[in-house]
Design a binder for this molecule. Sequence first.
Ligand code: V07
Length: 253
Amino acid sequence: MLDKLGFRKTKATDQFNIEDNLEIPSHVAIIMDGNGRWAKNKNLPRVAGHHEGMKVVKKIVREADRLGIEILTLYAFSTENWKRPKDEVDFLMKLPGQFLTSYLKELIEKNVQVRVMGDESRLPEHTRAAVNQAKEQTANNTGLILNFALNYGSRHELTMAMRTLAAEVQIGELKPEEIDESKISGALLSHAYPDPDLLIRTSGELRLSNFMLWQLAYTELIFTDVYWPDFSESHLQQAIQHYNRRSRRFGGV
Ligand code: V07
């Protein structure tokens, strides 16, 4: 293949990359569901699914970074997940530490900023220590924002935001009529990020399950039957292709 100037293209440039002609969403959020079911289908304990799911997180972070996604928000643990058996909760709470032990070095090299969104006060001390170390060591990075929703629940987030605004009204810093959409967005845990452009939920459930209810008002929602441990780079690319088709059909002025 010859280029415009008649030079033969190198092997690398002969390749078509799926993302070449696509609009990459700035903020992608993912509900990583189906880890337990994946394990059950293989006659493995549920925690084996969680562990496999963690490996997929690494793969998808690499791909998100390669594609030029700016913010990747991953739902790792919900406020409802405490109701699971204690052994499973204990296992899940060790995953942030395991993930970071094996992967923080690469995240630092890749200029990734690790963030956490959720009520961190209820997390075990060892989980908080791991997460804080990751946040601190990536605080000055300027690349992909890897935002873990950890002990996150949207109604709790909205409740806390309303308390914050109500307290400002009470001390006379804010008038009720000054409360608008941007004041509410600004009081949420996600205040530093734009709303997600694309939400992906794996494993076939068609629900939001208390995830970013305010922020997803205009987001493209993509549901796939694939279990999270089976989710791959190509599934992320397909979701972005769907996102492009939809925004071309409905978007614009
Ligand atoms: C968890 C693996 C992915 C599938 C969903 C459930 C299990 C990565 C983290 C994590 C969180 C914070 C952090 C670094 C890594 C994680 C939990 C569960 C609780 F700073 N995966 N993963 N945390 N799973």
